[in-house]
Design a protein around this ligand. Structure first.
Ligand code: NAD
Length: 363
């Protein structure tokens, strides 16, 4: 199959759909890959590296869209991109169509087959192409939280690890899923005192076994959340109710009772956030202060570590790209229900129930 990789055009998006190592694997499997010149340059993947991996590097993106049988990207297509898609072509990327009627209509009119990373499933009932970005955001949450605790960032001047003779910082993680468990790993590795709160006892049990009691696990009643938040130097919001806005678990009144210079990192901000005082921020201006508490609410945290994120994403997507390329999307979806779950739009129709319902379109 001829696979095309355009350079991402969304503002501040530096990731790339296929890294050179993925290109090499696909070429070894007998496919051809066209990469737009400069597609990976911002994160250290040069055109020369792509050529060495066997790709054709092409400056003319229109040609990549015109000739490729499958386009592999990172972000949802922008208007100029969906106008270039055509019938019989496969688009494999993050789409997030449910809240985006304009893009959905664009994909419908293109006639292409759009397979969304975020709805591809796995045998454990998880979303394997969403998980790598949650891993990145969870780990990063502790890094940015530790930085915000520094004095000149508005923080209380607390070193999360403490030093011999001085208590470490307290970290409360609300939600012990992919984001939360990764945050707990890094915070515990930094020697902070970590508490994870969740309503899913099985998630708490898994963390208890993993950390052998060195991380506290608490059932997330309102009472427990309130106590943990007031006690913490750093609170990480990591809850998810699939398909719904994040529940507001921490009220403004509770934030007001936190120590001055404490920090809230609301990773769940992409679903509206789980603190009442949260509002979306950007990497250019990531924090603001409410009642003396520093808030970090960046909606696309993995973008800041685009190189790690691109490699992590490729590790997860490559097996699916390879399967679709080898079999064609139709056979791949017929034989693999996890790929079928990813097909959101085909030949002018929405084919994913949740997307159709969200937008009031026929299935
Ligand atoms: P996940 O499904 O793996 O984990 C969510 C956890 O929240 C689950 O264990 C669930 O039991 C728990 N939960 C749900 N309701 C709860 C409640 N009322 N109290 C306590 N716990 C509750 O999800 P995830 O992959 O960890 O993602 C978490 C959030 O982070 C999502 O909103 C996701 O979109 C977001 N995210 C944001 C960024 C970013 O850049 N800001 C990046 C990646 C993921």
């Amino acid at each position: 199959m001829l696979i095309g990789v355009p350079k991402e055009v969304k503002v501040h998006e530096y990731r790339v759909g296929l890294i050179p190592a993925s290109v090499r694997e696909l070429i070894a499997n007998g496919h051809r890959v066209m990469v737009e010149a400069g597609a990976g340059a911002a994160i250290g993947f040069t055109d020369h590296m792509y050529e060495k991996a066997g790709a054709q590097v092409i400056a003319d993106v229109a040609r990549i869209f015109a000739e490729s049988e499958m386009i592999v990207k990172v972000k949802e297509p922008q208007p100029a991109e969906w106008e270039r898609l055509r019938e019989g072509q496969v688009l494999f990327t993050y789409l997030h169509l449910a809240p985006d009627r304009e893009q959905t209509m664009g994909l419908i009119s293109s006639g292409a087959t759009a397979i969304a990373y975020e709805t591809v499933t796995n045998q454990q009932g998880g979303l394997p192409l969403l998980a790598p970005m949650s891993e990145v955001a969870g780990r990063m949450a502790v890094q940015v939280g530790a930085r915000c605790l520094e004095k000149e960032a508005g923080g209380a001047g607390v070193l999360l690890s403490g030093v011999p003779g001085v208590q470490p910082g307290r970290v409360a993680v609300i939600g012990g899923g992919v984001v939360g468990s990764n945050a707990a790993r890094i915070a515990q590795g930094m020697r902070a005192q970590v508490t994870v709160l969740d309503r899913n006892l099985r998630a708490l049990e898994a963390l208890d076994i993993e950390f052998k009691g060195t991380v506290e696990t608490i059932f997330a009643t309102s009472d427990a959340v309130e106590r943990a938040v007031i006690d913490a130097d750093l609170v990480i919001g990591a809850v998810l109710v699939p398909g719904a806005a994040a529940p507001k678990l921490v009220s403004r009144a509770t934030v007001a009772r936190m120590r001055q210079g404490s920090v809230l990192v609301d990773v769940a901000i992409d679903q509206g956030g789980c603190f009442e005082t949260s509002r979306p921020t950007t990497h250019a201006d990531p924090t603001y202060v409410v009642d003396g508490v520093v808030h970090y609410c960046v909606t696309n945290m993995p973008g800041a570590v685009a190189r790690t994120s691109a490699v992590a994403l490729n590790n997860a997507t490559l097996p699916f790209v390879a399967e679709i390329a080898a079999k064609g999307w139709r056979l791949a979806a017929a034989e693999n229900r996890h790929i079928a779950a990813g097909v959101n739009v085909h030949a002018g129709e929405v084919t994913h129930r949740a997307v159709a319902e969200a937008l009031g379109l026929p299935l």
